[in-house]
Design a protein around this ligand. Structure first.
Ligand code: NAP
Ligand code: F7E
Length: 371
């Protein structure tokens, strides 16, 4: 059995005057098994939806997890509070301040933490908002990825790197379903930034032999999804309408079709990519596509509501350029990683709706007490 290559192993290897490129080769064939030395992972975007599920998963797998977190004037750790412990108790989840727009900070963090695996999930991830703040979006999502890759490369450490790439890169799709070979045609500042980051990741793999992978993730949702993404916006509103807390739901394009999966399933694919012998890029999707209208019908129907009585169209939510249809083919991920989506469309819609009914019930009690 090959042993896990830790940063400690790397030190020994380099002391033997082998080059860093040799060491990266050596690292390409690890068998990472239970009982090996505890791995250390750094997650950017740990306070986000995926960051929280991935942190849970890695802790469960025995990792020491470091999360890069932006400074904020208000608390924004709600998604990870349940796994966070006081640093004095020597917990396995630690947080460190940082920002993808600050390259010197990223270098210090990489050098100090010396992670074995880095998951770059940090991003301005809202497509509509990327039209309002394109420069910030590209700085964080595009250049931020390059800053992180540079910090890793210059650390001369055998870090394995995961990049959160997106189906938004396909944009105006030229074929359906989309695979790893489908050309990109991004339709937003966000999509353009993700294409840039995708190719930087590929180039660091080819130029520097870095173990770097892209997960081309199709939309994935959960009860922890931000409330301005369409799924959560619909489930929150439907639950509040059901309890008489709200009258209307204003939406944009109901015809757009998405391949929606469950975020908890998708973070498993991220980890699996970094445990392979060779780095590569993978589509992660359910293979099913549904319109926004179908999602509305499913959620309102589940709550015994006639959606047409409550939903109105507000042109404000249309995008300057739209991605009409996304449907992924994840057969490579199934074949190589043994990964496939477990949660389907209906189960996902109901899972999020159930969670939002609980929140709405609490809101109802607060409203009644205040009255
Ligand atoms: P999310 O909930 O919006 O989380 C984004 C995270 O990035 C948050 O922790 C946010 O921190 C952090 N962040 C934003 N700007 C940053 C900066 N300048 N420096 C450092 N951190 C920053 O997104 P998500 O749904 O978990 O998605 C995770 C990643 O996957 C993102 O890169 C997204 O673009 C990509 N992706 C998502 C999907 C999907 O359907 N969910 C699909 C494909 C790809 P704050 O808490 O401080 O805002
Ligand atoms: O929109 C339509 C909207 O904002 C889905 C991000 O995680 O997935 C996500 O990007 C669709 C679009 O997600 C409203 O026009 C209609 O066609 O939930 P969304 P997204 O744009 O697909 C990809 C893969 C990512 O990588 C991103 O980070 O729904 N839509 N009415 C609406 N969308 C919103 N947000 N709000 C509406 O009122």
């Amino acid at each position: 059995m090959l042993r896990l290559k830790t940063t400690f192993d790397a030190g020994i290897y380099l002391e033997k005057k082998k080059s860093f490129v040799d060491y990266l080769q050596f690292c390409k064939s690890p068998v990472r098994e239970a009982g090996d030395v505890m791995r250390k992972a750094l997650i950017t975007g740990v306070t986000g939806q995926d960051g929280s599920y991935l942190a849970e998963l890695l802790l469960e797998k025995g990792y020491e997890v470091w999360g890069l977190m932006r400074r904020s004037s208000s608390f924004h750790t709600g998604r990870i509070d349940h796994i966070y412990k006081d640093p004095h108790e020597h917990p396995r989840l630690r947080l460190v301040y940082g920002d993808l727009t600050d390259g010197s900070n990223l270098s210090s963090v990489i050098n100090e933490i010396q992670p074995d695996e880095v998951y770059n999930l940090g991003a301005q991830s809202h497509v509509r908002v990327s039209f309002d703040i394109p420069i910030f979006t590209v700085n964080t999502d595009g250049l931020g990825t390059l800053r992180l890759l540079e910090a890793i490369r210059s650390s001369n450490r055998p870090v394995r790197f995961y990049q959160a790439s997106s189906s938004e890169m396909y944009g105006k799709v030229v074929e359906t379903p989309q695979t790893e070979k489908t050309p990109f045609h991004p339709r937003s500042p966000y999509g353009c930034a993700k294409v840039y980051a995708f190719w930087q990741t590929v180039n660091y793999r080819e130029a520097y032999n870095l173990f770097a992978c892209n997960g081309i993730m199709f939309n994935h949702e959960s009860p922890r999804r931000g409330e301005t993404f369409v799924t959560r916006k619909i489930t929150r509103a439907a639950a509040r309408i059901k309890l008489g807390l709200q009258d209307k739901l204003y939406l944009g394009n109901l015809d757009a079709r998405r391949d929606w999966g469950f975020a908890g399933d998708y973070v498993e694919a991220m980890r699996l990519m970094l445990q392979q012998d060779e780095p590569d890029d993978y589509v992660i999707a359910t293979g099913e596509s549904h319109s926004v209208r179908e999602f509305v019908e499913e959620v309102f129907g589940y709550l015994d509501l006639k959606w047409a009585d409550y939903v109105e169209i507000d042109p404000r939510y249309f995008r300057p350029s739209e991605v009409d249809l996304l449907q992924g083919d994840a057969s490579k991920a199934k074949r190589v990683l043994g990964w496939e989506a477990k949660v389907g469309f209906r189960e996902l819609a109901r899972m999020i709706t159930d969670a939002d009914m609980k929140i709405a019930r609490r809101e109802k009690i607060i409203e009644e007490q205040g009255a």
